[in-house]
Design a protein around this ligand. Sequence first.
Ligand SMILES: *Cc1c(COP(=O)(O)O)cnc(C)c1O
Length: 388
Amino acid sequence: MSERKILMIPGPIESKANVLRALGAPTLSHTSPDFIKTFGNCLEMMKKVWGAPSGQPFIMAGSGTLAMEMAAANLIEPGDRALVVSSGYFGERYAALLERFGARVSVLRAEPGHTVSLPDVEQALGEHRFKLMTITHVDTSTAVRTDPLPLARLAREYGVLSILDGVCSVGGEVLYQEEWGIDVVLTASQKAIGVPPGLALMVASEEAIRTWKNRKTPPGSYYADWTNWLPVMEAYAKGKPAYFGTPAVNLIMALEQGLGDILNEGLEARFERHRQTGQAFRAAMAAMGLEMIPASPDEAADTLSAAFFPEKVEGSSFMQAMAKSPVVVAGGLLPKLRSAYFRVGHMGGVSESELQTTVEAIASSLAECGQAADGKNAWDAARAVLKP
Ligand SMILES: *Cc1c(COP(=O)(O)O)cnc(C)c1O
């Protein structure tokens, strides 16, 4: 096996040793007392991490897209209207997905690097009777963060359910689901939660569950139907096993460690650490002469950064130079700009030395491509934010 590299992509991210140990432990029966306890703990801890004490958590084997699909399948009936507030690639995915379940979808699109304006959302809400609205908290294609709170308030005002794609935010960006009045917040294990890929996670509000209960037609997906999964989640929460589909036992054992680590750190402390890390990383990027995709610092995510290649740097040469470094970063994802930028994830338990190695690798790759960049100077700029 070649030398292991540091994963600095926007998911999957590095997992801590305790998480990996739980993943590699002997598999338990899904009905064993130890696993029942683990599953119940995860459900309880999710409510804390999401800030949704009266929410209904769901833990499913699958990726984040399954969580997006589960929300759509259970809340949309054919002909319902849905409003997608899109800040990039994952907003477009939600629009396509909702259409598959028969929704009549309106999409509000922000220019790359920007967020959709509040007045535009309000105007759209006034035009049709929408059943739900989706918001991408951090669009991983652009590193743009949308503030969900004012949008969720608007949705409430108009009697529209709000769904937050928090796949690149939950566990990293400031978020209090219940206080902010968001009906569904969904994510996946491999992003800021810090657990290997394989779990789709979401918490649904009482209102979302009520809406699903009042459906006139069954959900268009058998696997994702809450009719099958709600009794399973309720049973494990009460310390009893239940079966619909075999749970991803080892991943759930790893999730117990990952969520435990988040709560041990403390939500506020964790959000603050991500805020500082994001700011520090952007300071280092700026010191190397890189321009960010997010148009303003307020719209820049704390969980990842996306920067344009400088004019004289050929993107593919830069990525080749990075491939020889000890760090893995990601290329562009937004179709319009795909070869014009790159992305770096800095969420979860990323350490100072990992950040430093990343900054230095970017600096030497830029230098290799003809852009003068001083890694030491860039890291000093980051440190000035981390240790004022
Ligand atoms: C990663 C991501 C997804 C998709 O998650 P998968 O686990 O890859 O299916 C959806 N939305 C956002 C914002 C993401 O970052």
